[in-house]
Write a protein that binds this ligand. Structure first.
Ligand code: GCB
Length: 478
């Protein structure tokens, strides 16, 4: 990243980083254990310099166990079958409350990288703006006792447009471009700046380390009827759930896709609401925020998908998870996705900024009766809104379809009612799902979940064209 001649590398530190290994992981360098991590979908790393053999071949060994327990995210249980007249000896099954396949292993890139012995280890960037200026507040963490940090803001052409010195500060830009979400009619979207941090030795004046962090200037807010990005109403379209790879998140920043960043906590049941789960859940949220806190694409954190939010223990449990998330980042909204709950008994919605709710009317209930969709969605969402007076995103709707068979009328019945509600409190609609995907075996999961508007091989189904037409027509209205 940095031309060598610019950097005085006195000596290097080596770090090993795994982008995601599912679920419990132990990592060795040669024969020495260097780190352990619990949880899939998120990166973890350790400085491994002293275990490296210089001038020799080194071996990185990773052991992964994907067993899900009541305290993992997502949770699962093991059932042992001791009746040897019906099951082979030592037989057990894993019951997982999730419907994506529980793949084990290393899912994302493994990186070995070096830093100078004194280096910039982290930065947090928060932006705001008014009619006259944009304010870029930054806080640097540097592994150094004596060096100073020089900060420059580079615009998208690489030109320096702002300067500051010190581990923290606010850089004011009187002329600036905002990071806007992509819309069909908007040609200036996803404007990215770079915060360039240079660590300089205070005794010698030489450059020790340089770190470049892309960021965008944008704000996010919510009212009881609107989601506001840069103070303008924004309507969410897309599909959602679970932390994506960092490469995809980079694309979202660059292309102007808006992301609800969700932890992998799907299907939390009553027996998963204990203290061990809570502490783990809180640390997963901290890891998610640490990974994505500088991304303009991320406007909201979601702490869970379809937990038992009507359970009385869910109130205190999620209150704490949500408040931990807000402590880690107070600049974005926090939500969770409602599944098995009702507006009159939900314990968690009082703590969130925006209501996300999944609905499968005419699919999991009243199967095939698409004439009830409009009535039932309106009745239910009206009541959530009336009870909590918060904006709502319909975070999942859809039907399983075999490629070539239509679910178009089913989707259109939803769009008709969405068009009524988006003039009121509805601030987003998300079809489930982008593409078919593998799940555990189940009577309603014939070789996976077929709610994709694309097949697993990414061929469009008729639904993909319906969704495209809708997104194009809504996109041009922004
Ligand atoms: C849901 C879940 C999602 C499932 C979907 C379905 O509510 O959030 O993970 O895939 O339903 O197809 O049943």
């Amino acid at each position: 990243m940095v031309p060598k001649s610019l950097v005085t590398v006195i000596c290097c530190l080596y770090s090993a980083c795994l982008g995601d290994a599912h679920y419990n992981t132990i990592v060795w360098v040669n024969t020495v254990e260097v780190m352990r991590h619990s949880g899939g979908h998120l990166p973890f790393e350790a400085e491994v310099s002293k275990y490296f053999l210089h001038g020799a071949t080194n071996r990185l060994t990773v052991a992964v166990n994907n067993t899900l327990t009541p305290t993992t995210l997502p949770p699962g249980t093991i059932t042992y079958q001791n009746d040897t007249s019906r099951y082979p000896e030592g037989y057990f099954t894993q019951n997982i409350q999730m419907d994506f396949f529980n793949y084990a292993g290393i899912h994302r890139p493994v990186l070995l990288y070096t830093t100078p012995s004194q280096y910039i280890s982290d930065v947090t960037i928060v932006t705001r703006f008014n009619e006259t200026a944009a304010y870029i507040q930054y806080n640097v963490e540097a592994q150094s006792t004596s060096a100073v940090v020089v900060t420059r803001v580079l615009n998208a052409d690489g030109k320096a447009v702002g300067f500051e010195k010190g581990l923290s500060g606010v850089i004011v830009l009187t002329s600036y471009s905002l990071w806007w979400p992509y819309t069909m009619s908007n040609t200036t979207y996803a404007y990215l700046y770079t915060l360039e941090l240079t660590l300089i030795s205070s005794s010698e004046g030489s450059v020790i380390d340089i770190y470049r962090q892309p960021f965008g200037i944008r704000t996010v807010n919510v009212t009881n009827k609107q989601l506001l990005i840069n103070n303008k109403p924004f309507y969410c379209l897309g599909t959602s759930h679970y932390p994506y790879a960092e490469e995809i998140m980079d694309e979202a920043d660059r292309f102007g896709f808006v992301v609800i960043d969700e932890c992998p906590g799907v299907g939390i049941k009553s027996n998963n609401l204990g203290n061990v789960s809570l502490e783990h859940h809180k640390s997963v949220m901290r890891e998610l925020v640490a990974r994505d806190k500088n991304r303009p694409s991320v406007v909201m954190w979601s702490v869970a998908n379809e937990p038992v939010s009507a359970d009385t223990n869910a109130g205190p449990y999620f209150k704490e998870v949500i408040s931990t998330t807000r402590q880690a980042d107070s600049t974005r909204l926090v939500t969770f996705v409602i599944g098995p709950s009702d507006y009159w008994k939900d314990q968690v919605v009082p703590y969130v900024d925006i209501i996300c709710v999944n609905h499968y009317y005419a699919w999991y209930s009243d199967m095939g009766h698409i004439e009830v969709i409009g009535l039932q969605i309106k009745q239910d969402l009206d009541m959530w809104h009336k009870t909590f007076n918060k904006s709502i995103i319909l975070s999942e709707y859809g039907a399983d379809t075999i490629s070539g068979f239509h679910s178009v009328d089913y989707l259109k019945a939803h769009h008709t009612v969405f068009d009524v509600l988006r003039n009121d409190y509805l601030v987003g609609e998300m079809v489930w799902n982008f593409a078919d995907f593998m799940t555990v075996q189940g009577v309603n999961r014939p070789y996976g979940n077929h709610k994709g508007i694309f097949t697993r091989q990414r061929q469009p189904k008729p639904a993909a064209f319906t969704i495209r037409n809708r997104y194009v027509s809504l996109g041009t209205q922004h």
